[in-house]
Design a binder for this molecule. Structure first.
Ligand SMILES: NC(=O)c1ccc[n+]([C@@H]2O[C@H](COP(=O)([O-])OP(=O)(O)OC[C@H]3O[C@@H](n4cnc5c(N)ncnc54)[C@H](OP(=O)(O)O)[C@@H]3O)[C@@H](O)[C@H]2O)c1
Length: 279
């Protein structure tokens, strides 16, 4: 499995597992747990969840998927605090509730889900306190554009923000203009969310010839595109074991210059600043 190095040198898998909309409604929980476990077995040991997802039910499902002797130690577990909870005290409270739902003592990465009205200095003071208490190992942000990162540096100088989780896929390439290089410069990993365009990308006929050439699915082509640049972690979500196995194939795939040229023609790179896409 291709890896991404975080600030401080720790390596995490470049292909992980998203969990938005999992554990909710009348979904088949057993099948979803099996799907996540299949991904883990393929080396997709980074799991992304959030207190927001199903009001905590996604975190509870993840807890079940990683239960069992020695399992938790294999996983790089990511969760997120909602902006409305991200005050100095609220962040700590939200993290403790996530830990409880995830049945773990420590999160590997804790993100501010998006910017809200609480001062970044307060949220980051809470992140530092959680880190000092051993409740989180790294912290970071999500949905931060270049101007947000500049404000963060001004408001919280010398922070050790480890990642910025943003929308990135073949149809949403805006970060290639400036945000990607800004994150690289600030030693933040970029976590690509919606790497399959929430599934919408997969019907694009432009992907099929490449999928055929590499003997993989359209999904694997879309995913390996997000992984082609250094420092990017991609977190596709599927509730189906078969699809997760298809997605895992992206980890060993390499696109050549001609493949990338073909993709650029169908999905052109940005020609100027595009505000960060948010779902
Ligand atoms: N930080 C943020 O603000 C933010 C926002 C959005 C998402 N996220 C994170 O990023 C993760 C990924 O984003 P996402 O879930 O919105 O979208 P996504 O991963 O781009 O796409 C998920 C959709 O694609 C389908 N799918 C997955 N693999 C497939 C395959 N091989 N063949 C056909 N269909 C496939 C899934 O259906 P099935 O499940 O039915 O297979 C699901 O409908 C989320 O789960 C979440 O963890 C973060």
């Amino acid at each position: 499995m291709k890896c991404v190095e975080l600030v401080g040198g720790e390596k995490v898998p470049a292909l992980g597992l998203g969990t938005w909309k999992m554990g909710v409604g009348d979904a088949d929980e057993t099948a979803q747990i099996r799907a996540l476990q299949a991904g883990i077995a393929q080396g997709m040991t980074l799991i992304d969840t959030a207190e927001m997802y199903g009001d905590g039910r996604s975190e509870q499902l993840v807890a079940k998927a990683i239960a069992g002797a020695g399992q938790r130690d294999k996983i790089f577990l990511v969760s997120k605090v909602l902006p409305q909870n991200a005050s100095r005290q609220g962040t700590v409270k939200a993290c403790e509730a996530s830990l409880k739902r995830l049945k773990t003592d420590v999160l590997d990465l804790y993100l501010l889900h998006w910017r809200g009205s609480h001062r970044l200095a307060d949220t980051f003071a809470a992140f530092e306190a959680l880190k000092a208490a051993g409740k989180i190992r790294h912290y970071g942000v999500s949905n931060f554009d270049v101007d947000d990162l500049e404000e963060l540096s001004a408001e919280v100088p010398n922070n050790s923000c480890a990642a910025n989780q943003v929308m990135y896929n073949l149809s949403d390439r805006g970060i290639e203009w400036d945000l990607y290089s800004k994150c690289r410069k600030e030693k933040m990993a970029v976590m690509a969310y919606c790497p399959l365009g929430q599934g919408r990308l997969l019907n694009n006929p432009g992907l099929a010839p490449l999928a055929k050439k590499h003997n993989v699915t359209n999904a694997a082509i879309a995913l390996v595109f997000t992984l082609r640049l250094p420092g990017i972690i991609s977190i596709p979500k599927s509730s189906h074991e078969k699809r997760i196995l298809e997605n895992a194939a992206a980890a060993d795939l390499v696109l050549d210059a001609e493949d990338l040229k073909n993709l650029d023609q169908i999905f052109p790179p940005p020609r100027g600043k595009i505000s960060l896409a948010i779902t």
